[in-house]
Design a protein around this ligand. Structure first.
Ligand code: SIN
Ligand code: CO
Length: 382
């Protein structure tokens, strides 16, 4: 994968001036970009039950149509005015997953997935807002993109129960994108992409959990692990003269009782790392029919024709505080001084040759770590 041609910018200046603040179009950011998947392959993915896809079309009377996949055929949608959107294509296409490596200046946990759309002439989803940052890379074709600034006077339109749009906005970017152009749109900036000709767009979407998501999943973690079962206590209680009153002091005590739970750093860093590595879409996990033993995995190392490969789209990270752990797809693998380096490589999600693997395998703990990851189906032998 080539790297982004930033022109006058650098990743540092991009983060300082644009990230979460201003939209940006980088023309020819990837000059020879050909796309990572063909339109007919994308259509094939949209025929699969476990892959989330939608077609959004605007009819001759200007009303909007939304249909959800899996699709059997696309004939009825005609030649123009529609877009096919397929979620998390990076879970099924390794080349598409590799687009994420263009953004290594931002931690991997911040990236969610790569959505790919195919739009016919005049196709688009209408002007709308997204609540997360997105980079949209133009593959084949041309598309007119308009992006505006956040504007509280815009009204929400629901032209179809499954489609949220906004009223017309004043664009600050209004340009035609061609293969290799990269558009950055911060959250809540209205945007609209209308295809000029058959067009493929690759949207690298970022994840920004809401407090609702965080608190509810933290509560699930407490329940699952039977944590936080201790009860509120108030040994220092004194006589009240107004038993009907909930006093500020009591509110604060209950609040600190709750916050103390978050302050448990071990629990919190495990919880948040698990949360951030959970895939929001189906993954093609490759669980071996029969679990490998550590001896078998050791045996593979002499075969330099094979390599160890992570499942496409799998989310991983390492966290060193307060304990050293590797997280893959919401699972925890405890690391030690001996396994930390292998843990980093596994979290990096790049295929590992047997030669590379061999350098770790003098230590049994490393063999065991690799064996567990293979047996979970998160990595496989290729
Ligand atoms: C699309 O590719 O058609 C939609 C991308 C977006 O606007 O979020
Ligand atoms: Co959007």
């Amino acid at each position: 994968m080539q790297s982004i041609n930033w022109g006058d910018l650098t990743p540092e200046t991009f983060l300082k001036e644009y990230w979460q603040k201003k939209p940006l179009l980088i023309k020819k950011a990837l000059p020879n970009f050909q796309g990572t998947i063909e339109a007919d392959e994308l259509a094939g993915l949209a025929m699969e039950q476990e892959i989330e896809s939608r077609i959004i079309a605007q009819k001759a009377d200007k009303s909007w149509l939304v249909e959800h996949g899996p699709f059997e055929d696309f004939e009825k949608f005609g030649e123009d005015n529609w877009t096919l959107l397929v979620q998390a294509v990076n879970n099924w296409s390794r080349e598409t997953d590799q687009l994420i490596s263009l953004f290594t200046f931002i931690p991997r946990w911040r990236i969610d997935d790569v959505m790919v759309s195919f739009s016919t002439p005049n196709g688009g989803v209408g002007a709308h807002l997204d609540q997360y940052d997105v980079f949209i890379l133009q593959g084949e074709g041309k598309r007119r993109w308009q992006v505006g600034a956040p504007d509280a006077t815009l009204t929400t339109l629901i032209p179809h129960p499954d489609l949220k749009q906004v009223s017309e906005f004043r664009p600050i970017i209004d340009e035609v994108t061609e293969a290799g152009d990269l558009l950055y749109i911060p959250p809540n900036h209205p945007h609209n992409g209308v295809s000029i000709e058959n067009s493929l767009n690759f949207s690298i979407g970022f994840q920004a959990p809401s407090n609702q998501d965080l608190w509810s999943s933290f509560a699930d973690k407490l329940i699952d692990e039977e944590l936080g079962e201790q009860r509120f206590a108030d040994l220092d209680r004194t006589v009240t003269d107004s038993p009907y009153l909930l006093k500020e002091n009591d509110i604060n005590k209950i609040k600190s009782f709750m916050l103390k739970q978050l302050d448990d750093d071990k629990t919190f860093s495990k919880y948040i790392s698990q949360f951030l590595t959970q895939s929001h879409h189906t993954l093609e996990l490759l669980i071996p029919m029969e679990a490998f033993t550590a001896e078998q995995v050791n045996g593979f190392l002499d075969d330099d024709e094979i390599q160890f490969t992570p499942v496409s789209g799998i989310k991983s990270l390492v966290c060193y505080t307060p304990e050293t752990n590797l997280f893959i797809n919401g699972d925890i693998f405890q690391l030690t001084d001996e396994t930390k380096e292998l843990g980093n490589i596994l979290a990096g999600c790049l295929p590992m040759t047997t030669e590379k693997a061999k350098s770790f395998m003098t230590c049994l703990k490393n063999v065991q770590l690799l064996t567990s990851v293979l047996n979970k189906g998160y990595w496989y032998i290729e």
